[in-house]
Design a binder for this molecule. Structure first.
Ligand SMILES: Cc1cc2nc3c(=O)[nH]c(=O)nc-3n(C[C@H](O)[C@H](O)[C@H](O)COP(=O)(O)OP(=O)(O)OC[C@H]3O[C@@H](n4cnc5c(N)ncnc54)[C@H](O)[C@@H]3O)c2cc1C
Length: 338
């Protein structure tokens, strides 16, 4: 049984695991829920890239309240018990909002690869980049493109297995990004599959690229802990129905990067995390709401250039920049308000 003081007075105990974007949104909707996180500060992920252009960690990490500061180690769904580092915690309903992990261990030579998934990996990468001359970014998705635009004064190559950048987004995104990157002096190689990474090169099936630092920008899954739990998951995301309820347990919900909705592909984005956190909480409280995703804004930041879509209208320049800044400011206000 749990030794939490909250156990004694809460009639219907809803526990939220993870106080990132999705978990915070769920907590704002229901302040009586108990929110747990292993980190004292919240990471502002869109700003994490700016660490590479010299911004200090203070710009990326923000204080926010959590009810229980502890690390989730396991969950016994049958006993409705969360096993954490310091103590255990029971629940009536559970919302899993544990975010993401990154996996590139399938690439030969992965020990020479740098990931970019949390502040720890970002700081490690920053130190390596500062010492380097040649950088190879593996993957031309949004993270690869934004990183290439941010890192200055280095010889950068993006290695992309497909024939375009930002494959999940409209063709316009590819064309604009490629144009900006080329103006910034970034070399972009298409149809190049990585075979192996060594200490000073990235080897593809077509040749060898000089690289002091190889950064892998793909491989994002749900939190790797989820695949170790007794619950149906896909790529370490809890498989949920359209009400965000787990397929296995009626009292377990998931949101954000930790959820895989059956028969649908969901972007891993802040907007989806926030709206799904609210839907999960509404349903944990007894409502019966289908999750209707609406990724109404998507703004790319490549160096000093901003562009994207806002409510299906293409935007760029100052307007796009303001939308991005406003979205980040709103996330921070949400985090401060729990
Ligand atoms: C570099 C980068 C840039 C991004 N830029 C953008 C962008 O510009 N726009 C956009 O829309 N999206 C962006 N994203 C994606 C966006 O940040 C995520 O989709 C969003 O944060 C998902 O929210 P979440 O609540 O599911 O997970 P998270 O925000 O990752 O929160 C998960 C929380 O769980 C906690 N946690 C994890 N494991 C444990 C554990 N074992 N015990 C206790 N607590 C734990 C973590 O500390 C964290 O607070 C970016 C992501 C990255 C990596």
């Amino acid at each position: 049984m749990s030794n939490s003081s909250q156990d004694t007075y809460m009639a219907h105990k809803i526990v939220i695991l993870g106080a990132g974007i999705g978990g915070v949104a769920a907590k704002i909707y229901n302040k009586n829920a108990i929110i747990v996180d292993k980190n004292e500060k919240v990471t502002v992920f869109p700003r994490m890239i700016q660490l590479l252009s010299g911004y200090p960690p203070d710009h990326i990490l923000y204080e926010r309240h959590v009810d229980i500061h502890d690390t989730v180690k396991s969950i016994n769904f049958k006993e409705k018990l969360i096993i954490m580092d310091k103590k255990n915690l029971s629940y009536d309903d559970l919302i899993v909002a544990l975010g993401k992990s990154q996996n590139y261990s399938f690439i030969p030579g992965y020990k020479y690869i740098y990931g970019f998934n949390d502040m720890q990996s970002a700081m490690k990468l920053k130190m390596a980049v500062d010492r380097s001359k040649y950088i190879c970014i593996i993957g031309g998705g949004y993270l690869g493109v934004e990183l290439a635009g941010t890192i200055k004064g280095k010889n950068i190559t993006i290695v992309e297995a497909g024939n375009r950048l930002l494959s999940g987004l409209p063709e316009r995104y590819h064309k604009i990004s490629l144009d900006i990157l080329q103006k910034l002096g970034v070399r972009v190689l298409f149809n190049e599959k990585v075979k192996e990474v060594t200490e000073n090169s990235v080897i593809t099936y077509n040749g060898r690229i000089k690289s002091d630092v190889a950064i892998f920008t793909g491989g994002f899954t749900g939190n790797s802990l989820i695949s170790e739990l007794d619950i149906k998951n896909k790529n370490s995301k809890v498989i949920v129905d359209e009400y965000l309820k787990s397929k296995d347990y009626d009292d377990v919900y998931a949101c954000g990067d930790s959820m895989a909705i059956e028969n649908s592909i969901m972007p891993m984005s802040a907007i989806i995390a926030r709206s799904s956190g609210i839907t999960a909480m509404k349903n944990a409280l007894g409502e019966n709401r289908k999750f209707i995703p609406d990724n109404f804004a998507n703004i790319m930041e490549i160096g000093d250039y901003y562009f994207g879509d806002f409510f299906n209208v293409p935007v760029s320049g100052v307007i796009a920049r303001l939308i991005k800044k406003a979205a980040i400011a709103q996330s921070l206000n949400f985090a401060r308000s729990i």
